[in-house]
Structure formats: structure tokens, C-alpha cells
Write a protein that binds this ligand. Structure first.
Ligand code: GLY
Length: 356
């Protein structure tokens, strides 16, 4: 078992990564906070796969257990599901010393995390990621949110979990498409600050699931410890996300997050090479890497529509935008640019030959 300790201004906690963590999470929660009630929050797919196992483990530690399950998919990450969950917590008389266990991928983690942050002004939270994407990103760092009709993640809170338990057995059983989606974020960490990780990803058997997750989360942990509320260095985690969010939005969210981030990184790498910010080989190496995991490195969306979708992102500061630019494999920087400059990055990234 691997342990990653996260120490933010608001809370310290540990992420445990290893086999059998679904069961061990019950004991770890009991050790942290004594035995009370747990509301397990999950979607219908994940609940069917793992809900009974987790409930048995919790009951064997004498926790009282109730389960809240909602239909899988991003459309459930909405105010209606959130309010139903709050009502469910009230109906089951959960108190501040009780727990929410978020069992699932990013949608479950974000929604259950936001409920944990706001119900009774905050109750205990365990994140149990069941997708690679949630394991390396959304389960750690305390970003919680729901979507509003006006856009993704527009209502939320920074609320750190008390415990993160990542069961590598559960992740090893992921469908191929889901695994590849998560690999986009793993490749992002290598490109961002771990050239050795990047090169080990050249062979899918070059690194174990546990080590891969631990290395990614250690990078995220260091950034979150320095900048919990995303005002500076944490924004480096947005590598590939600025244009990636535009791609997700333009597709009506039919393109999953990881694939959109992969294309966003490809666009940024070509733009940075065209501007002389990084060596010409960087976009070539990245494209090869993404292809290895069946991930796209470009998009066919119209540049103007894509730029408009990109600008609707909530992280845009008035009048400008902060891009994560690539300097070499394993080294990136934040760069504040005007909207015109950002448009030029997108143009160069989509059409590098226009610069020839
Ligand atoms: N997903 C990026 C972050 O947590 O800041």
C-alpha cells in the first residue's frame, strides 16, 4: 500500500493506494473518526459493481449505512440531484460527525463532495475513486461542484476530504475506454513536471497502476499544498484544459474530459513549438504518446466556435487568460496573455502549417 500525505491550510489527510482499499476504507474511517453513520453516494453503474462490498465492510466495522444512488452521467451533476441528496441526508439523520463516502468517478466525487461541504456546514468525507481519472485528479485537492444550466462546475466549494482510499483492484477492472480517458491526465502530469514518468509511459507495462497513481498525485499534492485555492501554481494542473474545456463544451459534453484534455495538450504543444517556446520535437513526442493510448491530439472544431467556448470557462480573468505553456517534456509555466494572444495560440495549435 502506498500513502500520500496531503497538508493544506484547511485540512491534512492521507490518500491510501493499493489492493483491497474498498474494504480497508471502513477501518481507516473508524480509526479517524470513530463509528457512526455513513451515507454511500454512488451512481447506478458503480453501485452495482461495488456498493454491496463497501456496505458489508462498513457494517462489519459497526457503521450504520444508507446508500444514495443516482443515474450515471454528467447530467446528474445538477442542483436537483444535489438537493435530493441533502434531503436524503436529513431523512437519515446524519450529523456532523457522520460520513459521506463518495464511491465513483469525477461526477460522484464532485457532487458528493459539494454535499459534504454544505450539509450542516460540513460533514466528514471519504473519496473512493473508481476511475483512473478520479484517482489521479478529482479525488484529491478538495474541488467540489455541481453544474448549473449556464455551465459546468459553476457552484462549488473547496472542501478537502478526510480520507482518500484508492482501490487498485477496482481500477484494474476498468473498461479500456475509461482507462484511456484517465491516461490523458496521467500523460499530463508527465508533460507538466515528470519527464521520467513520461518516458515510462511509452510502454503500458512500464509502470504499475499503484506507482503511476502515486506519482501523479504527489505532483498534484505539492501544488495543492502550496496553493489550495487555485490562485497561482495550482493552475498548472490546467495544462491542456483551457482549450480542452472548449472542446468538451462544443461537443455538448459528448467528448469525455480526458479525451478533450488530450486534444487540448496537443493544441498547446503545437502552438508552443510554433512560437519557439519549446523544442519542435515536443508536439511530435506528445502526439506519439497520445496515440499509444488511443487519445486524440487535435480537434476538427471550428477555431472561432472553439475560442468562444473556451472563453466561457469560469476561470477566465477579466480581459485576459492564464495559459499553461510547455517549455519541454516535464517543464511547463503559467503565462498570462490577452484574449488576442490566446486566440493566436489556438490558431497556431490547430493549424501549425499556417506559421510556415
Ligand atoms: N483538476 C485540477 C485541480 O484540482 O486543480
Amino acid at each position: 500500500m502506498r500513502e500520500i500525505r496531503v497538508e493544506t491550510r484547511s485540512k491534512n489527510y492521507t490518500m491510501y493506494i493499493g489492493e483491497g482499499m474498498l474494504e480497508s476504507s471502513a477501518r481507516l474511517a473508524a480509526e479517524l473518526g470513530g463509528v457512526g453513520k455513513v451515507c454511500v453516494v454512488s451512481d447506478d453503474h458503480v453501485d452495482r459493481l461495488f456498493g454491496d462490498r463497501l456496505e458489508s465492510a462498513l457494517k462489519s466495522m459497526c457503521f450504520g449505512v444508507c446508500r444514495f444512488t443516482f443515474p450515471h452521467g454528467e447530467t446528474s451533476k445538477c442542483a436537483e440531484t444535489y438537493l435530493s441528496l441533502l434531503s436524503f441526508l436529513c431523512a437519515n439523520h446524519l450529523t456532523r460527525t457522520d460520513w459521506i463516502f463518495a464511491l465513483g468517478g469525477g461526477v460522484v466525487g464532485d457532487l458528493a463532495g459539494f454535499a459534504a461541504a454544505t450539509y450542516l456546514r460540513g460533514i466528514r468525507l471519504a473519496q473512493l475513486p473508481t476511475t483512473l481519472l478520479a484517482a489521479v485528479d478529482s479525488s484529491v485537492g478538495g474541488k467540489t461542484a455541481i453544474d448549473l444550466p449556464a455551465g459546468k462546475n459553476l457552484a462549488g466549494a473547496f472542501y478537502q476530504p478526510d480520507l482518500v482510499a484508492c482501490d487498485t483492484d477496482a481500477l484494474s477492472a476498468l473498461p479500456r475506454f475509461e482507462y484511456e480517458n484517465g491516461m490523458a491526465e496521467v500523460i499530463k502530469y508527465g508533460l507538466l513536471s515528470d519527464a521520467e514518468l513520461f518516458s515510462r509511459l511509452e510502454s503500458p507495462s512500464g509502470i504499475s497502476m499503484g506507482e503511476m497513481i502515486a506519482r501523479c498525485v504527489s505532483i498534484k499534492r505539492d501544488l495543492v499544498n502550496r496553493d489550495e485555492r487555485d490562485m497561482g501554481d495550482r493552475q498548472l494542473l490546467n495544462l491542456g484544459h483551457t482549450f480542452g474545456h472548449g472542446i468538451e463544451k462544443d461537443s455538448g459534453y459528448s467528448i469525455p474530459h480526458g479525451r478533450a484534455v488530450a486534444a487540448g495538450m496537443g493544441i498547446m504543444a503545437r502552438a508552443c513549438a510554433a512560437k519557439g517556446l519549446c523544442p519542435q520535437e515536443v508536439p511530435v513526442l506528445l502526439a506519439k504518446m497520445l496515440d499509444r493510448y488511443n487519445l486524440p491530439c487535435d480537434t476538427g472544431y471550428d477555431p472561432d466556435a472553439l475560442f468562444a467556448a473556451t472563453l466561457s470557462d469560469k476561470k477566465r480573468a477579466s480581459g485576459g487568460i492564464t495559459l499553461v505553456v510547455i517549455r519541454e517534456i516535464g517543464r511547463c509555466e503559467l503565462m498570462k496573455v490577452s484574449l488576442d494572444e490566446a486566440r493566436e495560440f489556438l490558431r497556431l495549435g490547430l493549424c501549425p502549417e499556417a506559421n510556415a
